[in-house]
Design a protein around this ligand. Structure first.
Ligand SMILES: Nc1nc2c(ncn2[C@@H]2O[C@H](COP(=O)(O)OP(=O)(O)OP(=O)(O)O)[C@@H](O)[C@H]2O)c(=O)[nH]1
Ligand SMILES: [Mg+2]
Length: 446
């Protein structure tokens, strides 16, 4: 996406305040700073490089630091700040991106000391969402998240803006102006949240309507870039979900229908990917994703086992689901792990997980996955051969559904057929005079 296009999609009110100060632009280059608190966070700078790349920012250099706790004023301390400043100077970076969240005060101090724009992880993720949000609802969700992030930072950013001569007024914002701005922003937040609540209620209505259609719902969740959209396209037979090797390629849920067993279909829902330490301002932007998981008949947790951080990624998703979804539900749906990208992973990569190992890209083991899904969605299905009297064929509605039965031959008494049926259906078939002639092996196992 080029800059012009991106600028055309600016969120008006947020942009008034953020100006160039708090957004990252495709023509900027960065130094990345990662702090390991108590040795945690090893390898996570790679993810920040991906995030910056997704935002269109090349990484010129990275700096890491081990410390037991953050410095109150500058997060990384005086000496390290000087080191970062010299490095940023040397490689001519426009922006320094931190792999941590910075307090408004820390941001301001660092910006002064480093002499360039400072962006923290939350801000970078918000910016990616802002760049990529496509639907009206996604845009509103991002705007509200940005406004919530902006609110406590108004003073610092207002000053920075005024110095840059951009945006709102020529003098430094006085207390009155700040208060007016804050109120304006709060009102905007409330207005957007009202709209978003209405959207959520609409989804509720749509869900109820769908509930009557009897087609079970399978929600694909997982860490960002794990392959959810690729898998949806496979399961829903050439669906058109957007796939890209970037973080947060999908920012909206998408529903497509697919077949899991002869005559048995499901609605597959693609969702927004999770990330560790999800900025809390963004949790509402996941409302549709979380609802889709909550009301699903089955959740498929797609895990990219080729990533070195797969175990931690998996835990981050499980924790978010547990907190935001399953804690609020008496009867949460079952979760099946889908271990994806086995083509790119080492042979031991799957041993830390339970689940079905697949390659969504080339379709390997997808039949196995469909079978497991069918087994979970239609647990009392039995695969049988059945003799249906001619008179019954018309009265048994489920037999007329597409693909439900495969006719083996017509005989004098009726039709000899094969298919998968629920207990209820078999009872109805027998009541109408049918005879189950043999149970296929799959039925015995189940
Ligand atoms: N090697 C390999 N790559 C895969 C596989 N499945 C997906 N990918 C690639 O992984 C990248 C991300 O795939 P997506 O389907 O967009 O992932 P996602 O989970 O929808 O990502 P977000 O929407 O960004 O959260 C793409 O480059 C895919 O081609 C797989 O089985 N093997
Ligand atoms: Mg996707």
């Amino acid at each position: 996406m080029n800059d012009e296009k991106r600028d055309g999609e600016r969120l008006p009110l947020v942009e008034d305040y953020l100006g160039t100060r708090a957004r990252v632009y495709g023509n900027e280059q960065a130094v990345l700073v990662g702090v390991n608190l108590d040795g945690r966070g090893d390898g996570l700078l790679d993810e920040l490089v991906s995030l910056a790349d997704t935002a269109g920012i090349p990484t010129l250099a990275t700096v890491t630091q081990n410390r037991s706790r953050p410095d109150g004023a500058t997060y990384i301390g005086k000496g390290k700040t000087e080191e970062v400043r010299a490095l940023a100077e040397e490689v001519r970076a426009d922006v320094v991106i931190f792999n941590n969240d910075l307090s408004p005060g820390q941001s301001r101090n660092l910006e002064e000391a480093l002499g360039r724009k400072v962006v923290d992880r939350t801000q970078l993720i918000l910016d990616i969402f802002a760049q990529r949000a496509a639907t009206k609802e996604a845009k509103l969700q991002v705007e509200v998240a940005q406004l919530r992030y902006l609110l406590p930072r108004l003073r610092g950013w207002g000053e920075a803006l005024t110095n840059a001569g951009a945006g709102i007024g020529t003098r430094g914002p006085g207390e009155t102006k700040l208060e007016i701005d804050r109120n304006k922003i709060r009102r905007r937040i409330h207005a957007i949240e009202k709209k978003l609540r209405e959207a959520s209620e609409e989804r509720e209505v749509r869900r109820k309507l769908r509930g009557r259609s009897d087609v079970p719902q399978v929600t694909l969740v997982g860490y960002t870039n794990s392959g959810k959209s690729t898998l949806l396209n496979q399961l829903a037979g050439g669906a058109d979900a957007f796939v890209e090797d970037k973080l947060f390629a999908t920012l909206d849920t998408l529903v497509r229908r697919g077949t899991v067993a002869p005559g048995r279909s499901a609605l597959f829902i693609d969702t927004v990917g999770f990330i560790r330490d999800l900025p809390h301002q963004l949790v509402p932007a996941f409302a549709a994703t979380l609802e889709a998981a909550r009301y699903a008949d089955l959740v498929l947790h797609v895990i990219d086992v080729a990533r070195p951080t797969a175990v931690d990624d998996c835990r981050a998703v499980e924790e978010t689901l547990a907190k935001e979804v399953f804690a609020k539900e008496d009867a949460p749906p079952p979760v099946l792990n889908v271990l994806n990208k086995i083509d790119a992973a080492s042979e031991f990569a799957t041993r830390d997980f339970e689940g079905v190992a697949i390659c969504a890209k080339d379709g390997r083991n997808l039949d196995l996955l469909r079978e497991r899904v069918a087994g979970l969605l239609y647990p009392d299905d039995r695969e049988v051969e059945i003799l249906i009297p001619h008179t019954a064929v018309r009265s048994l509605e489920f037999l007329r559904a597409k693909d439900r039965i495969e006719i083996i031959e017509y005989v004098a008494e009726g039709a000899r057929a094969r298919g998968r049926f629920s207990r209820e259906e078999l009872t109805a078939a027998e009541a109408a005079g049918s005879t189950i002639t043999s149970a296929a092996s799959a039925a015995e196992a189940g």
